[in-house]
Design a protein around this ligand. Sequence first.
Ligand SMILES: [Zn+2]
Length: 77
Amino acid sequence: MLPWENLKEMSLPDLETLCWRCWGSGVVPIEDHGQMVECPDCEGLGWIPTEDGRKLLEFVQRHLGITGEDEESKPIP
Ligand SMILES: [Zn+2]
């Protein structure tokens, strides 16, 4: 059974919320320019993980050996 099979049983709205700034589009307009840029709040995903979602992300990353950009990928001084 794939790990994702269990996710179907979980309630996704509890894991993520629609980004209030871009409303799921992942992009927001720059003021004065009319250009669209990646939404800073959701990093272009359109969705923001909730507390439970973050826990799941951390769990998956830990067990898949994926390291976050902020911490463990930094070179050791
Ligand atoms: Zn957004």
